[in-house]
Design a protein around this ligand. Structure first.
Ligand SMILES: NC(=O)c1ccc[n+]([C@@H]2O[C@H](COP(=O)([O-])OP(=O)(O)OC[C@H]3O[C@@H](n4cnc5c(N)ncnc54)[C@H](OP(=O)(O)O)[C@@H]3O)[C@@H](O)[C@H]2O)c1
Length: 319
């Protein structure tokens, strides 16, 4: 079992998810956390990852390192989204297995499920139909990670588990409009439009798709839960089980930000999957449920955005 002295490697500790996990584990009194930035250890480099694991011998690995982005970035950089994510997870999972890591938590996303799967999405719907084309590169990499975790459980009885969170938001999110997801992009657009005297805000698509959102502190909480419980299945959805239309999300954020101008919908831009709602019953049965409601979470995130505007990261995909 994991204890406060266990050597826990958080891969991607500076990212939105990894930093939330780090905060949570530090708060809970875990004293032996280890990290490397991508500059110090490029997780695409198999030799470097192998020798670092051999030297460090972690007990637990949490994989929150990935090439992450919205529709535009996925469309423009299929190679990076496929190759980088495959390399990162292959190297981490294989090195963990080879060095006898007890517990591995693999984080993916709800885009692993087929575009037209029944809603809400159950874990069993994996590989039952074609993927959403705009993020297929990322999704195929993540599906491979899920299967690697499953193969190691089946063949070697490893306590490795895949957690698939829905759309996330919160502190350290990516607010760079070229690569960001819908919720942080809206926060930034409404904020900047308010600053410009309540200028009109243009948003992508029709506003009709429905999406589910989870605060990243709840992901940190579920990771903490998974570290401390025997996880019966290889794969768990993580979400709230509730969704909202993009249009209503825009109105909620507009209200929280205090923008009073017009919203224009650019219907020449893609909507993506019509609906993406997670069935979270498997995780609920395991004993975990989310805590942070959407409005409360967006208010906190907007406050974080205002306090950290100087630290908003510009994300370069081609490196
Ligand atoms: N954001 C979401 O809405 C969302 C939703 C569901 C699931 N997830 C999952 O959560 C995980 C983390 O996402 P995130 O939103 O936290 O992403 P993020 O903020 O972009 O952070 C990703 C982290 O990965 C690290 N990384 C990327 N390429 C690397 C490389 N070649 N070598 C070493 N480290 C590398 C980066 O490290 P450096 O900072 O050191 O460069 C960065 O800290 C992903 O697996 C994603 O699928 C995210």
């Amino acid at each position: 079992m994991v204890n406060k002295e266990s050597k826990i490697y958080i891969a991607g500790h500076r990212g939105m998810v990894g930093s939330a996990i780090r905060r949570k584990l530090e708060q809970e009194g875990y004293r032996n956390l280890i990290f490397r930035t991508s500059g110090e250890l490029d997780l695409r480099d198999q030799g470097a990852v192998r020798s670092w694991f051999a030297e460090q011998q972690p007990d637990v690995v949490i994989d929150a390192a990935a090439r992450v982005g919205g529709i535009m970035a996925n469309n423009e950089y299929p190679w990076q989204f496929l190759y980088d994510n495959l390399q990162i997870q292959n190297n981490l999972i294989a090195a963990a297995h080879e060095t006898g890591v007890d517990k591995f938590i693999f984080l993916g996303s709800s885009c692993i499920y087929p575009k037209h799967a029944d809603q809400p999405l159950k874990e069993d719907y994996l590989l039952t139909g074609p993927l959403e084309p705009t993020n297929q590169w990322y999704a195929i990499a993540k599906i491979t990670g899920v299967k690697m975790v499953k193969a190691l459980r089946l063949q070697y009885d490893r306590h490795y588990v895949s957690l698939m969170p829905t759309n996330l938001y919160g502190p350290n999110d990516n607010f760079d409009l070229k690569t960001s997801h819908v919720l942080p992009a809206m926060i930034r657009k409404f904020h900047e439009a308010k600053e410009k005297g309540h200028a009109a805000v243009q948003l992508w698509g029709t506003g009709s798709p429905r999406r589910e959102f989870l605060h990243v502190n709840d992901v940190a909480d579920v990771v903490f839960f998974a570290l401390n419980h025997e996880m019966k299945y290889d794969l768990y959805n993580v979400g709230t089980g509730k969704d909202i239309t993009i249009k209503n999300l825009a109105l909620l954020i507009q209200n929280i930000v205090g923008h009073k101008g017009e919203i224009k919908w650019d219907t020449s831009k893609p909507d993506g999957t019509p609906r993406k709602l997670m069935d979270v019953s498997r995780m609920q049965e395991a004993g975990w449920r989310y805590h942070i409601e959407l409005e409360e979470g967006i208010r906190a995130t907007y406050q974080w955005f205002q306090e950290h505007q100087d630290q908003i990261k510009e994300v370069k995909v081609e490196e």
